[in-house]
Design a protein around this ligand. Structure first.
Ligand SMILES: Cc1ncc(COP(=O)(O)O)c(C=O)c1O
Length: 371
């Protein structure tokens, strides 16, 4: 009963999938095409089918996926991009990298996703994109956001789906809910590789062509550069790892959803914690299983003593980060973002977590919030 609780158990996953992962890696070692080998296109085709978008462009990371998307849309210095301050820094970082200004709009306190009712007030003639983040594994209110974007001259909407790969929204897959969807294959993500990786999804042919060129230094063919690009390819070995994991991904998503349900049931006995509100028209794949508590720092300390690993996603909203404070525009009050940033705690979550472990964790949470 004294086994160590893992926050994310990549070892259990590797043990389960060892044969196919090793075989896939060996195949790449045998053919030796480490950059743009056959696994790259094979993965893109498989992911196009899985997500339902016309094009998948694999890239070096989730950050690169967002950056290449903004570059393909032709973002220029001085443009504005509306997003949430309650996200991983990469969402705003890419906006700053193209010289544009992140415009922060508050989140809903129960889903922690951007509040669509506040977006319209943030739109100006400089608004060139909206980046909703499907935080913790649950899609944002994409239909409402797409409708607002359409009303204002078809502002491009990029879903930052780094944490929600595998989730559904009204029966459709996250990454295919707006003009562009971006995801990450960082090892801890729902579909992770063994290094850095990411993908962009779109059904727009012209954008897909631009993205493919930007990914490889803006070249249309070797050494003929039609636009400014980046070195943004996902390498063949990482594509091979994702291909090996893809076969059991649906099963893993089911396990995540079941584990999330078990947590919600167990935690319902503790009135002082607030779990994430999952909307009835979508599934959450629990990229993070995050709850809100009062007195967060003392809860974290007590959970550490109890042997429960935790994380805080994220302690400081981006409008309060030194790098962005002076380089952003704040639209309306960001009170919910400030409040949730002071209350969130992520608990261990992965497809291989079992009921007994979750019971131990929830008992520790009950003790930590009661003390
Ligand atoms: C919401 C969000 N956006 C973007 C990223 C960036 O992805 P990557 O780490 O693959 O660059 C992440 C991953 O950490 C993320 O969680």
């Amino acid at each position: 009963m004294n086994t160590k609780i893992e926050f994310i158990d990549l070892k259990a996953q590797y043990t389960a999938l060892k044969e196919s992962i090793n075989a896939r890696i060996q195949r790449v070692l045998d053919h030796g095409q480490y950059i743009m080998g056959p696994e790259v296109r094979e993965l893109e085709t498989r992911l196009e089918e899985y997500i339902g978008a016309k094009h998948c462009i694999t890239v070096a990371s989730g950050t690169e996926a967002l950056l290449i998307s903004l570059m393909a849309l032709g973002l220029r210095p001085g443009d504005e991009v509306i997003t949430t301050p309650f996200t991983f820094v990469a969402t705003a970082e890419v906006i700053a990298l193209v010289g544009a200004v992140p415009v922060f709009v508050d989140v809903q306190p129960d889903s922690c996703n951007i509040d669509p009712s506040l977006i319209e007030a943030a739109i100006t003639s400089k608004t060139k994109a909206i980046i909703p983040v499907s935080l913790y594994g649950q899609a944002s209110d994409m239909d409402e956001i797409n409708a607002i974007a359409a009303r204002h001259g078809n502002i491009p909407v990029i879903e930052d789906a780094a944490q929600s790969f595998g989730a559904t929204y009204k029966g459709r897959k996250s990454c295919n809910l707006s003009q562009i969807g971006c995801t990450s294959f960082f090892p801890s993500k729902t579909l992770g590789c063994y290094g850095d990786g990411g993908a962009i999804f779109t059904s727009d042919d012209a954008l897909a062509k631009a993205m493919r060129e930007i990914r490889v230094h803006g070249q249309e063919r070797r050494y003929y550069h039609t636009r400014v690009g980046v070195g943004g390819r996902m390498d063949t070995l990482q594509c091979a790892v994702v291909l090996a994991k893809l076969d059991s991904f649906d099963w893993e998503v089911e396990q995540r959803i079941a584990a999330g349900k078990r947590y919600l049931e167990l935690l319902s006995a503790i009135p002082s914690i607030t779990p994430l509100a999952v909307r009835s028209d979508r599934t959450c794949v629990w990229g993070q299983f995050t709850i809100q508590v009062a007195g967060r720092d003392s809860v974290l300390e007590k959970l550490k003593v109890a042997g429960v690993p935790t994380a805080v996603h994220y302690p400081v909203p981006l409008h309060r980060q030194p790098a962005y404070q002076a380089n952003c525009r704040i639209s309306g009050a960001l009170t919910n973002s400030d409040a949730v940033a002071s209350r969130v705690v992520s608990l261990p979550m992965h497809p291989y977590i079992d009921l007994a472990t979750q019971e131990i964790i929830v008992r520790a949470v009950a003790g930590a919030v009661a003390a």
